[in-house]
Design a binder for this molecule. Structure first.
Ligand SMILES: *Cc1c(COP(=O)(O)O)cnc(C)c1O
Length: 376
């Protein structure tokens, strides 16, 4: 059996262990310490310098804490992109709120601004104004954030931007994660950079990030004893994981370039093939191309995305259907949904291809050998 080719696997830069060793040498083996502060500074600088960052234990923790910080409570409604990973939507349930799902548009595969406005108007007409909006940058392609923020401001609804897949992506130079009132990053093992597990909250407002640090370390009031006047969480990143993060930040720009190079290899080889479609960047949009994805129209291509997935799997190559939309998930059955069929089409026809920044030519030779026999 050939060695496994993964969809996206961790890719260390080299200096991660130096930062982790330093943490051991100084006994900063705790959910705080110099690596946590250093990692937050690195992220803030990368995002343009004007933003404050709280490093956390996961992106999911960031989304949960984000909803808490925005004041979302039991019984509230939160609008969420349907085409996404369940971690975008689960935190809505954590706070006892109800998700309202909105379909995608076909330019970026992310939240449709038109359907977002329809959803807001419809819910306001029903007497429940949504308390937050969660757009997502799928596979690194920025959502139409200028349009989404315009609508959000018009109706005065805060935006919690799920940039878990979009670190390094931007629109006209403005980084993903910095558009919303709060932005969320993820450093899970499969993301563009990893801390083995971790996440972050991003905001322009220093006060809200100060509050995020307070709540994520058990909400301890100033007192010699343990005193609490708010419900706290244990959501801070550890100083060891943050050490890995500091090493990864040194290579983040390379990782974006490598992922974009991967996309170009696939795109140049297959974009003109029958029934094949790649999502391209609208003017001013810059995708980190976390994962390269394609759509296969079976009526034209003569095979389905599942046929290609199984052919790759036979040679021990991992690929995966696009996210199954949240409004189709058993756990969210019966949720409000504002749609036009786009996310259902994407799920039916879309496949994520091996996209790791550590793929080598021999890996692509194996992938292309199989794809060449099918894509004509
Ligand atoms: C990975 C991911 C998350 C969750 O991040 P974790 O760090 O794994 O908790 C949330 N949303 C999206 C879109 C993701 O891809």
């Amino acid at each position: 059996m050939n060695a496994k080719i993964w969809l996206s696997s961790p890719h260390m830069g080299g200096r991660e262990q130096t930062f982790v060793q330093e943490a051991f040498d100084t006994n900063w083996v705790a959910p705080l310490g110099p690596n946590v502060n250093g990692f937050e500074q690195d992220l803030s600088l990368f995002l343009g310098g004007d933003y404050h960052v709280a490093a956390l234990s996961s992106g999911t923790a960031g989304l949960h804490l984000g909803l808490v910080l925005l004041g979302v409570k039991a019984g509230d409604e939160v609008i969420c992109q349907s085409m996404t990973f369940s971690a975008s939507a689960n935190p809505i349930a954590y706070v006892g709120a109800t998700p309202v799902f909105v379909d995608s548009e076909t330019d970026t595969w992310n939240m449709s601004p038109e359907l977002l406005e329809q959803a807001i108007q419809s819910r306001i007409a029903a007497g429940v104004k949504p308390k937050a909006i969660i757009p997502v940058h799928l596979y690194g392609m920025p959502a139409k954030m200028n349009e989404i923020m315009g609508i959000a401001r018009k109706y005065e609804i805060p935006v919690l931007e799920d940039a878990a897949e979009g670190l390094g992506s931007s629109i006209n130079g403005k980084m993903c994660g910095t558009f919303g009132d709060l932005g969320v990053l993820s450093f899970n093992g499969n993301k563009i950079i990893t801390t083995s597990g971790g996440g972050a909250l991003v905001a322009k407002d220093a006060e809200i990030i100060k509050e995020a640090r307070f709540l994520s370390t058990q909400a301890r009031d100033e007192a010699p004893h343990y005193q609490h006047s708010k419900i706290g969480y244990n959501y801070r990143i550890s100083n060891l994981c943050a050490g890995v993060g500091r090493g990864q930040m040194e290579v983040l720009a390379d990782r974006v370039k490598q992922r974009r190079d991967n996309f170009n290899l696939y795109y140049n080889r297959y974009s003109s093939k029958k029934g094949i479609h790649f999502v391209t960047e609208p003017t001013g949009y810059f995708s980190n191309r976390w994962l390269t994805t394609l759509l296969i129209d079976p009526a034209v291509a003569g095979f389905t995305r599942e046929d290609l997935r199984l052919a790759l799997e036979k040679d021990n190559i991992e690929s995966r259907p696009l996210w199954k939309p949240m409004h189709l998930q058993p756990i969210f059955a019966g949720s409000e949904f504002f749609g036009n069929g786009t996310s259902e089409m994407l799920f039916a026809n879309g496949l994520c291809l091996p996209s790791g920044s550590n793929l080598v030519q021999a890996d692509f030779d194996r992938i292309f050998a199989i794809m060449d026999t099918m894509l004509k």
